[in-house]
Design a protein. Structure first.
Length: 153
C-alpha cells in the first residue's frame, strides 16, 4: 500500500523564514511525507518578494528535507491569492505565518477565519519576540548548503 504525500501551503511574507515557521515545517516533515509550497500572496505590492524567496526557500527546504515550491500572487488581497492557489491544486493544510497581532494586517482582517471557510485545516504561526543576541546566535548556528548564508543574513 502506498501513501500519498500530505500537501501543505505556507502563506507568508516577512515571516517566511522565522524560527517558529521553520520549526513547524520540520515537525510536519517528520510526521509523514509532506510536500510544501510557499505563497507570498501580495507580491505585486512588495519590493522584497525576490529577497524573501531567496532567503526563505533554502531555509524552508532544509526544514522540509526537500524542495519547496515558491509561489507569488499579484493580488491586492491575500485571500484572493490563496483562493486562486487552492482552486488550482489540492492542499491538506494551510499554514499562515504572520506578524504578531499588533502589527499584522492579516490578523486584523481576520484572514485565518476566512481561509478556514475554504474547508482546509489552518494553522496560524506568529513569531515570538527574540532578542538580537538570540537571532545572531541562531543565524551563526545555521548550516547553509553553500557554506555561506544568503544575502541579508
Amino acid at each position: 500500500m502506498t501513501t500519498s504525500s500530505r500537501r501543505v501551503l505556507v502563506v507568508a511574507n516577512r515571516t517566511a523564514a522565522t524560527p517558529a515557521l521553520l520549526s513547524a515545517v520540520k515537525r510536519y516533515a517528520q510526521e509523514q511525507p509532506t510536500t510544501f509550497s510557499l505563497l507570498i500572496p501580495d507580491a505585486g505590492k512588495s519590493d522584497g518578494t525576490d529577497w524573501t524567496l531567496e532567503v526563505a526557500l533554502p531555509l524552508l527546504e532544509r526544514a522540509a528535507r526537500g524542495p519547496v515550491a515558491g509561489l507569488t500572487g499579484d493580488r491586492e488581497h491575500p485571500m484572493r491569492a490563496i483562493r486562486d492557489v487552492v482552486a488550482g491544486d489540492r492542499y491538506d493544510r494551510i499554514i499562515i505565518s504572520t506578524l504578531p497581532r499588533h502589527a499584522s494586517q492579516w490578523l486584523r482582517r481576520d484572514l485565518p477565519k476566512r481561509v478556514k471557510a475554504l474547508g482546509i485545516p489552518v494553522e496560524v504561526i506568529t513569531p515570538k519576540r527574540q532578542s538580537v543576541r538570540d537571532v545572531v546566535t541562531e543565524a551563526a548556528n545555521t548550516e547553509f548548503s553553500s557554506g555561506v548564508p544568503p544575502v541579508g543574513l
